[in-house]
Design a binder for this molecule. Structure first.
Ligand SMILES: *Cc1c(COP(=O)(O)O)cnc(C)c1O
Length: 394
C-alpha cells in the first residue's frame, strides 16, 4: 500500500492533509523522498524555530538522550530547573512555571491556576474567564471552549465546561466583567484568528484595569512567544507583565513542550496539577539549547535583520499584487497578507504547494507566514520567487 492508503487506513481523519513524504530538512528547506526541495514558510506551524536538521540541537538531543530521557516529576530534574531560570530571566519577569507537553496543556494549567485563584481569594469563589471571539486556545475540551470562535463549539463534543464567555473586542471586556470574573485570557497577536496584533496602548490600559480590579491577566503566547514577534515574548514588546503567560510552539524547536508561567508562585500545592511527561530531561534540555541558539541570533542582530528582510520582500509582493491583497499584517516573523477575496485562499495555498512553497492560512482570508527564525536571505528570496510565480497566475 502507498503512504496515502496506509494513512487513510490507520490514521484518524482530523487534518485535510497533503500527501508528501518529507525525509530530510535543512533550515527552511525540506526534501521529499523524490529529492524535491520545498521552501518552508510554516516552520511546522511556528514550531521549528531554529530550522530543520539543526546540528547544535540534534547533538544536544542525542547527548541528553544517551544519558537520561525521563525519570518523572517525582524527582527534581536539573535541566528543567535551569530552563525555568533561563525563561524567567529572558522574560524579565519573576515567575515560577509548570512544564507540560503542548500549548493546549499549558492553557489548561493556566485555567486551573485561575480557578484556584478564584477559590482561594474571593468569598464568592470567582470562576468566570473571558476570552475573545476570534481567539484560539487549543483543542482539549476545555481549551476548545476557551476558544471564542463559534465554529469550534460543535454539538458533537458537548457538553463543554461552564464558565467561559467571549467578547468581540478589547473594549467590550470592560463592560462584560462581572463580580464572578476571575481572569481575562487573550493572545497579543491572534494567530489562528488571522494574524491580528492588538494596539499596545489598548493592552497596557487593559493590564492596568485588570490589576486594579484583582482580575488575572492571562496571555496566551503559545504562538507569539520565543522570539516569534522579534522579542523573547510579545509581552516584552507590549511592555506588560501579565499574571500568567503560556508558551509552547517554538520553545524546543519541535520537541513537544509547553509551559505555564505564573507570578503567583504559591498558588498550587503538591497534588494540584501534574504531568507524566511534562518537563522531562529530553524536552527541557532541547529547549535550553534552542533558547541559547535564539539568544545568540537576537544578540548578534541576525534575527532583526531577517525580520527586516522578510518584511521587505513581503511588502514587495503586497505592492505588486494590490489587485489581490487588502492589507499586510503581523509582527516580527508572524506575518500575513489579507486577501480581498477569501474564496481564493485555499487555491493559493494549494498552488504554492505545487510550486514547492509551504505557506499557511489563518482566519477567513489571511495567507500566513511563520518561517523558521533562522531562515536565510537566500531561502527567503527563493520562497518569494515561488510565491510570485503562483500569484502571477491567479
Ligand atoms: C497552537 C496554539 C495553541 C494550541 O497549542 P497545541 O500545542 O496545538 O496544543 C494554543 N494557543 C495558541 C495561541 C496557539 O497558536
Amino acid at each position: 500500500m502507498n503512504l496515502e492508503d496506509l494513512d487513510k487506513k490507520y490514521i484518524l481523519n482530523t487534518y485535510a492533509k497533503k500527501y508528501v513524504n518529507f525525509t530530510k530538512g535543512n533550515n527552511a528547506t525540506l526534501f521529499d523522498d523524490k529529492n524535491n526541495n520545498f521552501i518552508d514558510f510554516t516552520a511546522g506551524i511556528g514550531v521549528v524555530s531554529v530550522g530543520h536538521g539543526n546540528e547544535t540541537l540534534s547533538k544536544s538531543i542525542y547527548e541528553q538522550a544517551s544519558n537520561l530521557i525521563h525519570t518523572s516529576n517525582l524527582y527534581s530534574i536539573e535541566p528543567q530547573i535551569k530552563l525555568a531560570q533561563k525563561i524567567s530571566h529572558l522574560a524579565k519577569m519573576d515567575m515560577a512555571m509548570f512544564f507540560a507537553n503542548s500549548g493546549a496543556e499549558a492553557n489548561e494549567g493556566a485555567i486551573k491556576i485561575a480557578r484556584k485563584y478564584g477559590q482561594k481569594n474571593f468569598e464568592n469563589k470567582r470562576y468566570k474567564i473571558i476570552t475573545l471571539k476570534n481567539s484560539f486556545h487549543g483543542r482539549t475540551i476545555t481549551t476548545v471552549k476557551a476558544t471564542g470562535q463559534d465554529k469550534f463549539h460543535t454539538k458533537n463534543f458537548s457538553p463543554y465546561p461552564a464558565g467561559f464567555s467571549y467578547d468581540n473586542t478589547i473594549d467590550d471586556i470592560y463592560t462584560s466583567i462581572d463580580n464572578e470574573t476571575v481572569a481575562v485570557m487573550i493572545e497579543l497577536v491572534q494567530g489562528e484568528g488571522g494574524v491580528l496584533p492588538f494596539a499596545k496602548k489598548d493592552i497596557q490600559e487593559l493590564e492596568i484595569f485588570l490589576q486594579k480590579n484583582k482580575i488575572l491577566f492571562m496571555v496566551d503566547e503559545v504562538q507569539t512567544g520565543i522570539y516569534r514577534t522579534g522579542e523573547f515574548l510579545a509581552s516584552n514588546l507590549y511592555d506588560i507583565k501579565p499574571d500568567i503567560i503560556t508558551i509552547a510552539k517554538g520553545l524546543a524547536g519541535g520537541v513537544p513542550i509547553g509551559a505555564v508561567l505564573c507570578k503567583h508562585k504559591n498558588i498550587f500545592e503538591a497534588g494540584d496539577h501534574g504531568s507524566t511527561f511534562g518537563g522531562n530531561y529530553l524536552s527541557t534540555q532541547a529547549s535550553s539549547t534552542v533558547l541559547d541558539i535564539l539568544v545568540k541570533l537576537k544578540k548578534d542582530g541576525t534575527l532583526d535583520e531577517t525580520i527586516v528582510y522578510f518584511t521587505k520582500k513581503l511588502n514587495e509582493i503586497y505592492i505588486k499584487y494590490q489587485n489581490l491583497f487588502l492589507d499586510e499584517v503581523g509582527l516580527g516573523l508572524m506575518l500575513g497578507l489579507r486577501l480581498k477575496d477569501s474564496n481564493i485562499l485555499s487555491k493559493i495555498v494549494a498552488l504554492c504547494f505545487e510550486k514547492k512553497l509551504l505557506v499557511l492560512r489563518a482566519g477567513e482570508n489571511t495567507l500566513r507566514f511563520l518561517p523558521p527564525l533562522t531562515i536565510t536571505n537566500d531561502e527567503i528570496d527563493e520562497g518569494f520567487k515561488r510565491l510570485d510565480d503562483v500569484l502571477a497566475n491567479i
